[in-house]
Design a protein around this ligand. Structure first.
Ligand SMILES: Nc1nc2c(c(=O)[nH]1)N[C@H]1C(S)=C(S)[C@@H](COP(=O)(O)O)O[C@H]1N2
Ligand SMILES: [Mo]
Length: 309
């Protein structure tokens, strides 16, 4: 049995991909210790929420991305994000918290459980990937900074650094920078909600949102804000980039919902990236809450999800 504190191991030392699927499932809890299976060196702990679906290939996960700070084409982030400096990395935590501050990401990681979770990640464009994330529950961080009793929402902001983000430096303003997102506090505290720092046992590739990005498995991909530099607790519903850009098309909630069409396309089915046949591969039915309805539907009881889309 191997017991180590999270900061002793960088993600690079965590499980190689071929060990993933049949790994012993031991949950260490959020106590700050990792427990790996006897005789194994891997540090990640498989989440009880992991899907059994086959992960998308590393190549597809890292070459088909949306990250408009690096360009609007799906291939732009892989080409342009390499120059982004991701260390050192500070995260400002402010607003309605007992312990606001400018935290160094390495300090945040001290004592955090490194968890392995294989999540289906879906995107509004009707495609999906299955990504084996490494990271820690957002709740673990929020609990440590002590939200005040009046806090109802969490707002997130991405880095603004035009010198390293060509999409922010161009003549055309693609989006209002910084990219912003938000969650209700109960959504943010849900154990499925993750701050990812890696995937496939490696540090997060820049194009996937290094060094820290949000993963909300039951929401569309655009909720997963990348390269986060600020987390604010607030009592007002935060603004979100896609809602600012196209309010008729994107609401605050952005829950995966096959029953509610996007104004310009159906959201009933999705294309799994990597399925044979490429663009012509058989589409899959999209599941309510991305297949996590048992865990999260209760967060929305009594809400009209056509109105709160
Ligand atoms: N800062 C920032 N975060 C972002 C985006 C972006 O353009 N900028 N795109 C979003 C969208 S639309 C999607 S689909 C996912 C894609 O994440 P992935 O490239 O890791 O699959 O990132 C989301 N997070
Ligand atoms: Mo997206």
């Amino acid at each position: 049995m191997l017991l180590r504190h999270a900061p002793d191991l960088s993600e690079r030392e965590v499980t190689p991909r071929d060990l993933y699927v049949n790994r012993r499932q031991i949950l260490a809890g959020f106590g700050g210790l990792m427990i790996a299976g006897a005789g194994n060196v891997q540090a990640a702990v498989k989440s009880p929420f992991s899907t059994q679906e086959t992960p998308t290939s590393l190549k597809d996960i890292t070459s088909y991305n949306n990250f408009y700070e690096f360009g609007t084409d799906k291939s732009d982030p892989a080409r342009n994000a390499g120059r982004l400096t991701v260390k050192p990395w500070k995260v400002k935590i402010d607003g309605m918290v007992g312990k606001p501050g400018d935290y160094d990401l390495d300090d945040i990681l001290k004592g955090m459980t490194i968890e392995e979770r294989i999540y289906r990640m879906r995107c509004v464009e009707g495609w999906s990937m299955v990504i084996p994330w490494n990271g820690f529950p957002l709740a673990s961080l929020l609990t440590r900074v002590e939200p005040l009793s009046g806090a109802k929402y969490v707002a997130f902001e991405t880095l603004v650094r035009p010198s390293e983000m060509p999409g922010q430096a161009g003549l055309f303003k693609i989006l209002d920078w910084p990219y912003v997102e938000g969650l209700r506090l109960d959504e943010a505290m849900h154990p499925l909600t993750l701050l990812a720092t890696g995937l496939y046992g490696e540090n997060l590739p820049n194009q996937n949102g290094a060094p820290l990005r949000l993963v909300v498995p039951w929401k569309y991909g655009f909720k997963g804000i990348k390269s986060i530099v600020r987390i604010s607790l607030t009592d007002k519903e935060p603004r979100t980039s896609w809602n600012i850009q196209a309010p008729q098309e994107y609401g605050f909630y952005s829950n995966v919902n096959p029953a509610v069409d996007h104004p310009r396309w159906s959201q009933a089915t999705e294309r799994r990236i990597g399925d044979t046949g490429g663009l012509f591969a058989k589409r899959r039915p999209t599941l309510p809450f991305n297949g996590y309805a048992d865990q999260v539907a209760g967060l929305y009881t009594g809400m009209d999800l056509r109105k709160f889309y």
